[in-house]
Design a protein around this ligand. Structure first.
Ligand code: SAM
Length: 287
């Protein structure tokens, strides 16, 4: 089948079905075969793998996935795309299941149980940017059995996911992602690789799931409450950010004592603390 990564083939399908792009669904279709190949390579797809694709669009990446994976489940919210996928672009593949669902409402644990006997799957997607964070955090927090997640996201979001302490991009998203996975930016992708062109640059990031968390904490939820408070008011000192936040329930004296025990100055800001140090702080404060 001719690749939809060739712009003329995408245009032909869009015209044939009089497809109208829906801005509210973050529809920017890939039209670059090199980028598509890079995504497949970064995800390390083999004939052993079951892959879930979020938002197949007209099936551009799905075709590559069907060629390289054992089985593919493609979850698309826009019902106008379903006939294009079923009757046309994915018609020749017998290893794909197309679901007309909202990824945020789908029980992926159940899906993986049914389709892959609960064994880890790979997620691949050119994500709708308006829901990047809820999708990724939803996958992590629901403990869906995953090997890796390889996704196209806004360039600045990829940088935030990969950032280390002290850098301007470092924040709650960096810590949340790095608690669950090891990020690696596989490519930066310019606007002209999409139709229509998005207003922002993009990047492909692979998140390789940790088998065990890189830090141990007695109370994961409390650690994340501290992290969110610390970066909610990132210009404040950590002490003031934590004390002024209703979620943490900590008092100033306790935070000052905990920082002293952790060997940190009273004036330290959250952006200077590593994941390990947040875990340590959470454990000291919850004693
Ligand atoms: N994979 C295609 C490609 O690379 O050309 C399309 C990518 S486009 C950036 C995002 C896709 O996600 C669109 O097809 C859009 O309709 C779909 N989408 C948006 N929100 C969704 C949701 N909540 N659940 C499932 N799919 C969604």
């Amino acid at each position: 089948m001719a690749s939809l990564g060739e712009p003329k083939n995408t245009i032909a399908i869009l015209n044939k079905y009089h497809f109208v792009f829906q801005k509210k669904f973050g529809q920017n279709f890939l039209i670059d075969t090199h980028v598509l190949e890079k995504i497949i390579r970064a995800a390390g797809i083999t004939k052993e793998d079951m892959v879930i694709e979020i938002g197949p669009g007209i099936g551009t990446m799905t075709q590559y996935l069907c060629e390289s994976a054992r089985s593919v489940v493609a979850v698309e919210i826009d019902r106008n795309l379903i006939p294009i996928l079923e009757e046309d672009t994915l018609r020749d593949y017998d290893n794909v299941t197309i679901l007309n669902e909202d990824i945020l409402k789908l029980d992926l644990n159940q899906l993986v149980k049914e389709k892959n006997e609960g064994r880890p799957v790979k997620i691949v997607a050119n994500l709708p940017y308006y829901i990047t964070t809820p999708i990724i955090m939803g996958l992590f927090e629901a403990r869906v059995p995953l090997e890796n997640i390889t996704v196209m996201v806004q360039r600045e979001v990829a940088c935030r996911m990969q950032a280390k302490p002290g850098s301007k991009d470092y924040g709650a998203l960096s810590l949340a992602v790095q608690y669950y996975a090891e990020p690696y930016i596989a490519a930066y992708v310019p606007q002209n690789c999409f139709m229509p062109r998005p207003n922002v640059g993009s990047a492909v990031i692979r998140l390789m799931l940790h088998k065990t968390p890189p830090v141990q904490t007695g109370d994961e939820q409390f650690m994340f409450a501290l992290i969110h408070a610390a970066f909610h008011q990132r210009r404040k000192t950590l002490v003031n950010a934590l004390v002024n936040d209703s979620e943490t329930g900590v008092d100033k004296e306790a935070v000052l004592r905990a920082l002293e025990r952790a060997g940190k100055p009273a004036t330290v800001r959250g952006e200077a603390l590593s994941l390990e140090e947040f875990a340590q702080l959470a454990d000291i404060l919850s004693l």
